[in-house]
Design a protein around this ligand. Structure first.
Ligand code: SF4
Ligand code: SF4
Ligand code: SF4
Ligand code: FES
Length: 378
């Protein structure tokens, strides 16, 4: 560790740290678009310019390694003018649709244009990229909003390892593309949505959120993904109680800002009408217990042979306590009459580690059997 000064504040830095990271970690805001702490430095947007004592010209903070005794200034008239000029260039080929844009409220370009008072470009306005691609069910690519920051291509190569996209072309022809500009489905994309997560503008957006509400109308609920035992943290953006989209947050202890396709896009079961929200008891058992007046007999033929079986014919919804009482009674009866090894317990990868621990404890110490397994092995 050594010390340097940023805007007159003495801060600690470790060897190899860049000035932007150290400033942000100390609550000193420096505008940045292409930089992302999990990705390599590209230095493409030039927005994070700072002044360094002893150097004649401003330099980018993301590409500047900290050094002992360094003196950095993040604010000055010169820096403000340079940043405004850069934002001016960005908006010269960017439609300022913020009043209707789904990204408004979380868009970094909008944030910096507001902070630096850039309401329109002073250059001739040319929207060079007009391609709109909705070639997959998960996210759209609307190239007119792309600022070519390269975050998406770097995350795809460096974190995901898929290398499905690259910036191709020169000048106004430049754009993010799959090989030969083909549909996403024909590329090596695994639809993890990491590119959507790190995109600072509306160039990449989840399909589920298009026209579904503004950022400030949504509340955020954190949860743990239920698909596997890794336990990734997910943040659900909800409007009126309905999930609009899912993302990961930088402070997720397991996964940081990254998720797989299941966690990011596979949440529609939450409000699906087929989802079971209460226990169901087989109708013949419920009839025996006096919980229903409708008798029912087990079909003699295989359930697979019964066409269009109605779940209501075979099962009756019951209270949780009723279901637990029946399970406890039947388990005790089986153990008493046939021994503990007549019982087998199968747990789920969709439970938490703690739930699976408790389940095996229940089987071993409660029932008295080692017949316990886990669906991920099947
Ligand atoms: S991407 Fe950002 S700057 Fe562009 S229209 Fe949408 S909110 Fe505005
Ligand atoms: S969804 Fe994932 S794999 Fe596909 S382009 Fe984006 S980052 Fe790459
Ligand atoms: S699609 Fe988004 S992340 Fe990728 S280069 Fe364009 S603005 Fe940057
Ligand atoms: S954030 Fe440093 S150059 Fe883009």
């Amino acid at each position: 560790m050594f010390k340097l000064s940023i805007d007159g504040r003495i801060v600690d830095a470790s060897p190899g740290a860049n000035v932007l990271d150290v400033a942000l970690a100390n609550g000193i805001e420096i505008p940045h678009l292409c930089y992302h702490p999990e990705l390599s430095v590209s230095g493409g947007c030039r927005l994070c310019l700072v002044e360094v004592e002893g150097r004649p010209e401003p330099t980018t903070a993301c590409g500047l390694a900290c050094a002992e005794g360094m003196e950095i200034r993040t604010q000055s008239e010169q820096l403000t003018a340079m940043r405004r000029a850069i934002i001016d260039l960005f908006v010269s080929d960017h439609p300022l649709d913020c009043v209707t844009c789904d990204k408004a409220g979380s868009c970094l370009l909008q944030k910096y244009a507001y902070e630096y008072g850039v309401t329109e470009t002073s250059h001739e306005k040319i929207i060079a990229r007009t391609l709109y691609q909705d070639d997959n069910p998960f996210f759209i690519r609307d190239h007119q909003y792309c600022i070519l920051c390269g975050r998406c291509t770097r995350v795809c190569e460096e974190i995901v390892g898929a290398s499905a996209i690259e910036i191709v072309g020169r000048g106004f022809e430049s754009h993010v593309a799959t090989p030969f500009d083909g549909p996403m489905i024909d590329s090596s994309c695994v639809f993890c949505g990491s590119c959507v997560q790190v995109c600072p503008t509306a160039a990449l957006l989840p399909v589920s959120r298009l026209g579904k509400g503004r950022e400030w109308e949504m509340d955020r609920v954190k949860s743990i993904c239920g698909y596997c035992g890794v336990g990734c943290e997910i943040e659900y953006a909800r409007k009126n109680g309905d999930i609009v989209y899912a993302q990961a947050t930088p402070d997720g202890p397991v996964n940081g800002e990254f998720l797989c396709s299941k966690g990011r896009y596979g949440w529609d079961f939450v409000s699906h009408p087929d989802r079971l929200t209460h226990p169901l008891m087989r109708r013949d058992v419920a009839y025996e217990l006096g919980l229903t007046d409708d008798p029912w007999e087990l079909p003699t033929e295989s359930p697979l042979a019964v066409e269009n079986p109605q779940i209501e014919d075979s099962f009756v919804p019951v209270e949780w306590d009723t279901a637990y009482d029946l399970i406890a009674e039947r388990l005790a009866h089986t153990v008493q009459n046939y021994g503990p090894d007549a019982v087998m317990g199968l747990s789920s990868a969709r439970c938490t580690n703690e739930e699976n621990y408790l389940f095996q404890k229940f089987m071993r110490a409660g029932i008295g059997t080692n017949n316990v397994d886990h669906c991920a092995r099947l």
